[in-house]
Design a protein around this ligand. Structure first.
Ligand code: ZN
Length: 590
């Protein structure tokens, strides 16, 4: 490869890097400016829910306690040795810094240390990593730092930000980005002259006007370069249809850098409508023609793996029993929800069962080892009799709190208009801000959002029991009675969770305000507006964002103007004529 091409590659990386840096600076500036404006306190972030932008690699969590410091560190394992070592090393350094700066008197935890990350692929074979570090202590002085890294996927090297700003790249960069808009060719720096690279020919150009002039004359079919926004996120597995080669760039004229065999499974990160798919291997980014791969389908199942003696299980819903592990096969029976069956075999999605002396197959996801009890849940707050059941009503629910500033502001608004709401609080935060929780219970009602915001579907029976025990204890310690309503983190409830929660009603939602995503009053209000008639609906919001508190200040009087009664979940259920029971997931009450 000629040094000119290397140079070109370098400029590509630098261009992408600079864009990334600009975005970050912009974001930081925006957040910074916003903080100043409304005085956001940082305790309002819950680190576990920080980011889902984990496009590449395997999420790995390190939880640890050393002296007075509790650590929870999420980091990616990418599978490229050099990058993984780099990340590991960075985390060690950050950890050491905390260790040395926050030495405590004893083993009582007074520092909470979190790292979470975002990672995604850029075009031009780069990988962007953002580490977010957060240090909290009891007197609520928090530190949050953001570290960004960019890697060259061809060699696993970090591209340092110093590189980007040095060597007078900036001028050339402007031209490159401009040319990238035209998407067909690249501008290359060679010595101190600027060239247009087209069909492997270098043509010296004077300036951007000349460049644009040439650009217009180019054959429109020449499209070896695919624009950044033309790569759609895919992140799914594909099966290779034949023995085919992999390319270094998304064009058949580029270097062949590997091959894959028929039936091999590859993971596609991004795909372009122009016929190319982007893969990540231990050697970095490679490209394959999309016509050579096909999305991976469910494997054909052989559910005859035998289970010793059979396992007693229960159906979580009405289930069709089939003659084969195939939903088109003969229907043998319809088994009612809560019936006992004996599982004698299984595959990834089917269970082979015995029921009524027959052997057949049912969907495995709807069987549970614990019988789902349908038991009435006695509500904490008896209905007050001030609601007119003939008029429309809506329940506002607030997750993830409490927090000092925004939850207090939300409560102020509810109090001002004398309306109710339901707060699904985290046990860990209830213990930290008991007075706010008590005020929530006075103005509305409090349910639990678990103790530590774990995805309940991923817990074993023992872990689920423990998480529920901690939630219940924190709740009882603060409020003096037991929680009756549970909002599962992420709304995740599988049959085992439904079966495992035997004393609370599970409350999800049917209106998602997306407040956590927008972090913007108007967009949040607009999102709720899109749902039209809200009678009987449950609106999901989060009490930890100031923008949500802003939205509530407008939403509450607006709903009242439109004739809605704003009630708690318990009130909504009661006045709509529902008796809440365990084992059922409620989304709204019509
Ligand atoms: Zn949550």
């Amino acid at each position: 490869m000629s040094s000119v091409l290397k140079r070109e590659k370098r400029i590509l990386i630098v261009a992408w890097g600079l864009l990334f840096v600009c975005m970050l600076i912009f974001i930081c500036f925006f957040i910074g400016g916003f903080n100043k404006k409304v005085g956001t306190t940082k305790e309002e972030l819950i680190f576990e829910t920080l980011s889902n932008k984990k496009e590449v690699g395997k999420l790995t969590t390190l939880e640890d306690q050393k002296n007075n410091i509790y650590y929870k560190i999420n980091y990616p394992v990418v599978g490229i040795k050099k990058i993984d070592e780099f990340i590991k090393n960075k985390i060690d350094i950050l950890k050491d810094n905390v260790n040395n700066s926050y030495v405590g008197e004893n083993n009582k935890i007074d520092i909470y240390y979190f790292i979470d990350y975002e990672i995604y692929m850029g075009i031009d074979k780069t990988l962007s990593l953002v580490l977010r570090e957060r240090i909290e202590n009891y007197n609520l002085s928090e530190v949050e730092n953001i570290y960004t890294y960019l890697f060259d996927l061809d060699n696993g090297e970090e591209i340092s930000l110093d590189d980007i700003f040095s060597e007078g790249y900036k001028d050339v960069l402007t031209r490159y980005i401009y040319s990238n808009d035209e998407k067909k060719f690249k501008v290359v720096l060679k010595g101190d002259k600027i060239y247009l690279l087209l069909n492997n020919n270098y043509q010296e150009i004077e300036g951007i006007e000349e460049y644009l002039k040439i650009a217009k004359e180019i054959d429109k079919d020449y499209s070896s370069d695919i624009k950044e926004d033309e790569w759609n996120l895919v992140n799914r597995e594909y099966v290779v249809l034949g023995d085919v080669v992999l390319y270094k760039e998304a064009t058949v004229t580029s270097e062949v850098v590997g091959s894959v065999k028929k039936d091999e499974v590859v993971k596609v990160y991004r795909q372009s409508d122009k016929g190319w798919s982007m893969l990540l291997s231990s050697d970095g980014v490679l490209y394959i023609e999309s016509k050579n791969i096909e999305e991976k389908k469910e494997v054909i199942e052989k559910p005859d793996v035998s289970v010793d003696d059979g396992i007693r299980m229960y159906t979580a819903t009405d289930l069709n029993m089939r003659s084969e592990a195939n939903s088109n096969s003969e229907l043998l029976d319809v088994i009612k929800s809560g019936e006992e069956v004996i599982k004698i075999g299984e595959s990834s999605s089917w269970a082979k069962i015995m029921y009524n002396d027959k052997v057949g197959y049912v969907s495995k996801a709807h069987l549970t080892e614990i019988k789902i009890e349908k038991k009435e849940v006695k509500l904490n707050i008896p209905p007050q009799g001030h609601i007119d059941p003939s008029k429309p009503m809506v329940a506002l629910t607030f997750d993830d709190g409490p927090s000092i500033k925004s939850t207090t502001r939300i409560l102020d608004t509810l109090e001002k208009y004398n309306v109710h709401a339901t707060f699904f609080d985290l046990g860990s935060l209830m213990l930290r801000y008991p007075d706010i929780v008590k005020r929530e219970a006075k103005i509305g009602e409090v349910g639990t959002h678990t103790y530590s915001h774990k995805n309940l579907n991923k817990l074993s029976v023992e872990e689920l029991t423990e998480e529920l025990r901690l939630s219940r204890e924190a709740y009882k310690q603060v409020l003096g009675y037991e929680p009756k309503l549970l909002r599962p983190p992420y709304g995740s409830v599988n049959v085992n969770v439904r079966a495992g929660i035997t004393d609370m009603a599970i409350i999800n939602w049917n209106v998602d305000s997306l407040d956590w995503k927008y972090r913007n009053k108007d967009l949040t209000l607009n999102e709720i507006d899109n749902f039209g008639n809200l009678d009987g609906k449950i609106i999901l919001m989060h009490s930890i964002h100031n923008e949500t508190a802003d939205a509530v200040e407008v939403l509450v009087p607006d709903l009242l103007d439109r004739g809605y009664q704003i009630v708690t979940v318990s009130e909504l259920a009661y006045y709509k004529g529902y008796k809440l029971e365990t084992g059922t997931v409620y989304y709204g009450f019509k």
